[in-house]
Design a protein around this ligand. Structure first.
Ligand code: TYD
Length: 206
């Protein structure tokens, strides 16, 4: 049905997703493709409001409520922005998607990973990415990078290092389970080298 290409970027906080998405956008636009750059949470007006709650609410949010908030953001985003763009033939370049929920709410918050995934599959009517780039970085390096660029941490970034270690392991497990969908890149490499690896994997899909 969809004629476009759905590419998602995943990784821990501070892994460099935004830099890579921007480099990829320039390259694709240079090849004459319509590119839609978006993110979760917060890719739509409704999503911006949900993002404010999940990232900046003071005090706890019950893990299941958090999972539902991310899924609600995702449902609206896919229905109103991502699917229409794919149907037009665009390349959608998206920071974070279902794998983020499986890693952060599943392994991080310790909810059942299959249930977390099932919730998002329902929310998106089972829309799957064509390619998922995992920018893999050890949590200590990621933390050093974040410290250099942030004055305050959001709710997830502020979690303890064991949380981020679980998230990383969950991501690597997802990539092992679906090697045909994932490209795992060492996020400690220079940005230009990472971009070249991503372009090489994407080229045949275009
Ligand atoms: P993001 O905007 O990508 O922040 P950053 O640029 O710092 O990586 O994501 C915000 C946070 O939300 C991030 O810590 C991961 C978290 N998150 C989840 O826990 N579950 C989800 O489903 C998504 C999409 C994000």
């Amino acid at each position: 049905m969809s004629r476009g290409l759905f590419v998602t970027l995943e990784g821990g906080d501070g892994s460099g997703k935004t830099t890579q998405a921007e480099l990829l956008r320039e390259w694709l636009a240079g090849r004459g493709r319509e590119v839609v750059r978006t993110r979760e949470p917060g890719g739509t007006e409704v999503g911006v409001e949900v993002r404010e709650i999940v990232l900046h609410h003071r005090g706890d949010i019950a893990p299941r409520a958090e999972a539902l908030l991310y899924a609600a953001d995702r449902a609206h985003h896919v229905a109103t922005l991502v699917r229409p763009a794919l149907e037009r033939g665009a390349v959608v370049l998206q920071d974070r998607y279902i794998d983020s929920s499986v890693a952060y709410q599943g392994a991080g918050r310790v909810l059942d990973a299959r249930e977390v995934r099932a919730l998002s599959e329902w929310a998106t009517e089972d829309l799957k990415p064509d390619l998922t780039v995992l920018l893999d970085l050890d949590p200590e390096t990621a933390r050093t990078r974040l410290d250099a660029s942030r004055t305050r941490y959001d709710r997830l970034e502020a979690e303890a290092s064991e949380f981020h270690a679980r998230v990383r392991e969950a991501y690597l497990g997802l990539a092992r389970d679906e090697p045909e969908r994932f490209l795992v890149v060492d996020a400690a490499l220079p940005a230009g080298e990472i971009a070249a690896l991503i372009r090489a994997r994407l080229e045949p899909l275009l």
